[in-house]
Ligand binder design. Structure first.
Ligand SMILES: Cc1ncc(COP(=O)(O)O)c(C=O)c1O
Length: 382
């Protein structure tokens, strides 16, 4: 099983970075009333390290880049480099010769490019042909080279594997299929920052009964479920994993009882979740902890984005991207589907935790779906 113990060093490191701020955990009382549950808490990653990053992905890959570069410096000089020293270019002669790379639908590449720029190494990001121009531009803004690969996500993965092997580059990913070289443990340890923040922010006594989390390869869900399982032990919430219908590798794996590819086309607006294969290390956790696997349509995700943008019954208005709303989408489904509500054990005593893992990371798409320009932050209730 993947080792997620001892995330404290990762959390301490990331919390020391310039611009670090806890992201908020909102209590959505209007929405809770609407869905007939006792409470809803929503961890809002839309402001994570500012609007150019705006997702939890800014925690994992940059931390892995820091660890990778620090290890290379240690091997060459015997010294323990701090992140400040890397940022100030003290070891640029070593780090500048190193290249990190990844195949991504967007947020992972953005986080990696930001980490590489901060810590002073080169970065090459591979995107498949359906990744939007806005997502590519956001990666390039951090100085990374973007390579567009014809075909789907798998084609970009094959290409990054081949190029990294040929060039001696370092792949940084949460998917353990690259073995330790992919540094999945570092990436997931970085994610634990979001998990620990949310646990600290829960109001006293509001132990969640249900935790709904979106899944791509499963790494962030594995980190969140592990954190909540360890925090609440015998009383951990019901863990519900949500995926796009067209990218259901975790659902298919649960059905088969072993890692199994998604059956769908991977064509979904939920770009961050459009993955064919599970991460084996994430799966080794999720197969034990996950209670329910649910898939949703794009249309439902769009409706959930509009729901959060409007703010129900005086709730705060929240900017949530396409990959952030799967959990809320399941609550929407369950409101009108009594058998689903019953199957998930949802009732008026349920205390629900949701993770909104990104803001408007594709501003064009956000505007098209909600009718709101993400530059103009939806107003708080007066
Ligand atoms: C906003 C968002 N949520 C969830 C995920 C899925 O994360 P994982 O692939 O670790 O399951 C991603 C991945 O890019 C993402 O960008």
């Amino acid at each position: 099983m993947a080792d997620l113990s001892g995330p404290e060093p990762a959390i301490a490191e990331i919390s020391s970075w310039p611009g670090y701020l806890e992201t908020p955990l909102w209590s959505l009382t209007g929405l809770a009333r609407h869905f007939g549950v006792a409470s809803i808490h929503y961890k809002d990653e839309s402001g994570r390290f500012g609007p150019e990053l705006a997702s939890f992905k800014a925690l994992g890959a940059p931390y892995a880049v820091f660890r990778l570069l620090a290890a290379e410096i240690k091997a060459k000089t015997g010294k323990d480099a701090s992140s400040d020293e890397l940022r100030n270019g003290k070891y640029r002669s070593i780090t500048g010769a190193l290249t990190v790379c990844v195949a991504t639908d967007g947020n992972q590449g953005r986080g990696l490019a930001w980490g590489a720029r901060q810590f002073g190494c080169r970065c090459v990001v591979y995107v498949h042909e359906h990744v939007s121009a806005a997502r590519v531009a956001a990666i390039e803004r951090f100085g990374a080279t973007v390579v567009r690969v014809p075909g789907a996500y798998e084609d970009s993965v094959a290409r990054v594997n081949a190029d990294a092997a040929a060039q001696g580059w370092h792949i940084v990913t949460s998917t353990a299929s690259h073995g330790y070289a992919g540094r999945p443990r570092d990436v997931m340890q970085g994610y634990m920052t979001m998990v620990e923040e949310s646990l600290r922010q829960l109001p006293n006594g509001d132990r969640p009964t249900h935790l709904l989390m979106q899944g791509g390869v499963g790494s962030i869900a594995a980190a969140v479920f592990t954190g909540y399982f360890n925090a609440f032990r015998g009383q951990s919430p019901r863990f519900i994993l949500v995926e796009p219908e067209e990218a259901d590798c975790l659902f298919q794996s649960a059905r088969a009882g072993r890692p199994t590819p998604a059956a769908g086309s991977l064509r979904t607006i939920m770009a961050g979740l459009a993955c064919r294969e599970v991460s084996p290390s994430a799966w080794s956790i999720l197969q034990w902890l996950t209670n329910d696997f649910v898939t949703i349509t794009d249309a439902l995700a769009e409706e959930a984005m509009r729901e959060l943008a409007r703010g129900r019954n005086g709730d705060r208005k929240i900017v949530a991207g396409e990959s952030a709303v799967g959990g809320l989408a399941v609550l929407m489904l369950a409101k009108y589907d009594a058998s689903l509500r019953q199957a998930l054990g949802l009732d008026d005593r349920s205390r629900v935790a949701l993770f909104g893992c990104e803001g408007a990371t594709d501003p064009e798409a956000y505007r098209r779906i909600t009718g709101i320009s993400p530059g103009v932050r939806p107003q708080d209730p007066s």
